[in-house]
Design a protein around this ligand. Sequence first.
Ligand code: HEM
Length: 181
Amino acid sequence: MYGIVNKAIEDLIITQYGEESWDNTKEQINLDIDFFLINQVYDDQLTFQLIEAAGNVIGKSQNELLKELGIWWIVKLSKERYGSLMTTGGQDLREFLINLPAFHTRVMMIYPKIQTPEFAITSISRNNIQLLYKSKRAGLVNFVYGMLIGLAKLFSSQVKINITPDPFHPERSALFDILWI
Ligand code: HEM
């Protein structure tokens, strides 16, 4: 994945848990990289190692940390660094989710070698949207969950989110049921 993801993990850990937690994370996996280049593609395995090690250091499960990272990605990183791109996604949560399947096509202008997640709206009504997530990568369902919570925060929407993992590929795909309350 692009270095921006590893950098986001670093920023989240340093800001929320302190410099020392990040140093311990790096030590756990003997990381010999001083800083991440956001435009460089790194091995996915490194990102998953960072998440596992950081989770151990701060005493949280990988899923909890991924959820936090997803919220951070939207509320801090996307808002501060990619404000205008986020604006093209929509003016409220509903519009943003409807546009989400096409969103990373625009992200590709900044990160051309991205391996994009796949999103599809499978059902929609006045107070409910069902969003299907599929990835080539295993283990990021809770990252998406955090991002959806982050988007709800960003747009000040009150929603309840239910997750149904895909029975055949529970690590790579899930249906998110988003209900406005
Ligand atoms: C301006 C905002 C955004 C930017 C710049 C961005 C960029 C990226 C980048 C660079 C990656 C790493 C993938 C790779 O390097 O191959 C990524 C992954 C991902 N992004 Fe975005 N993204 C943005 C917003 C969003 C939003 C709003 C969502 C929706 C919930 C989202 C969902 C994901 C997911 C789930 C992944 C993990 C990839 C996978 O599932 O295989 N992103 N994004």
